[in-house]
Design a protein around this ligand. Structure first.
Ligand code: ZN
Length: 76
């Protein structure tokens, strides 16, 4: 976990989470497995599930970025 993630973890509260169960496992969310999505707190049953979600988001972000670069190249 990076220092930023640790700082973020400290500011997120399980009672603010918009979901009650982990989308991967269906188990109840855990206070040490929270993150932000679209400005809302979302929770997972453990940090591994959260990290799996974070890496999926990064993957989509990278794909979007690549497509933007590709399109801007075509327009020129
Ligand atoms: Zn989970």
């Amino acid at each position: 976990m990076t220092r930023d993630q640790q700082a973020l973890q400290h500011e997120l509260h399980i009672e603010d989470a918009i979901n009650e169960t982990c989308p991967w496992s269906g188990k109840p969310i855990s206070a040490d497995a929270l993150t932000l999505y679209s400005g809302a707190v979302v929770g997972f049953c453990n940090p591994d599930c959260r990290d799996k979600f974070a890496s999926a988001l990064r993957s989509f972000e990278a794909a979007l970025q690549a497509r933007r670069v590709e399109r801007s190249g075509l327009e020129q």
